[in-house]
Design a protein. Structure first.
Length: 176
């Protein structure tokens, strides 16, 4: 089976209307299995759909599901790990790009364990403008519920020790 492990790729998030929403440069694949891609990014250049460019501040571990309608970005901050969940289509690999469709809704799990559902108004706006089907809306709502359940049960990927393990693997593999 073809594996992306130990390769550098670009991550691209699209919107339902097929427009490119955001792109992260140079992310390193530390794991590629049948369920997800795990990538590490440090000081990645990010380009927004409006052309705005910025660099990430802290190391981030991306867990991009191949089967479920979400992905997780674990940001390694000074006082702990902050998890940012995108409700999104399963990720695919295409010619050095890992791609997914971002469906607006996000859940943030802060270092202190509190959570917050974000971008609900953006979701409602895009659902109308871009014509999200009832099936898609139902899948997205189920994904939100599933994420809260996973957070409450402290299931992968919401396990700090697993995130640190991926980061250590990255450091070992990329140390020159």
């Amino acid at each position: 089976m073809f594996s992306l492990e130990k390769r550098w790729v670009i991550i691209q998030a699209y919107k339902h209307n097929e427009e490119l929403h955001r792109q992260w440069s140079h992310s390193y694949v530390v794991e590629d299995n049948e369920d997800y891609f795990v990538l590490v990014s440090i000081r990645a250049a990010v380009v927004e759909s409006d052309g705005r460019k910025w660099h990430t501040k802290e190391p981030a571990i991306f867990i991009l599901s191949k089967k479920h309608w979400f992905n997780v970005i674990a940001m390694l901050k000074e006082n702990g790990i902050c998890y940012y969940v995108n409700i999104a289509s399963p990720a695919i690999y295409d010619k050095n790009f890992i791609k997914y469709i971002d469906y607006d809704l996000d859940i943030k799990l802060y270092e202190d364990g509190t959570t917050r559902l974000l971008d609900v108004s953006e979701y409602k706006k895009h659902a109308d403008e871009q014509g999200y089907s009832e099936d898609i809306k139902m899948i997205l709502q189920k994904s939100v519920s599933k994420i809260y359940e996973m957070i409450n049960k402290k299931e992968f990927p919401f396990k700090d020790e697993e995130i640190h393990k991926f980061y250590r693997k990255f450091e070992l593999e990329t140390r020159k």
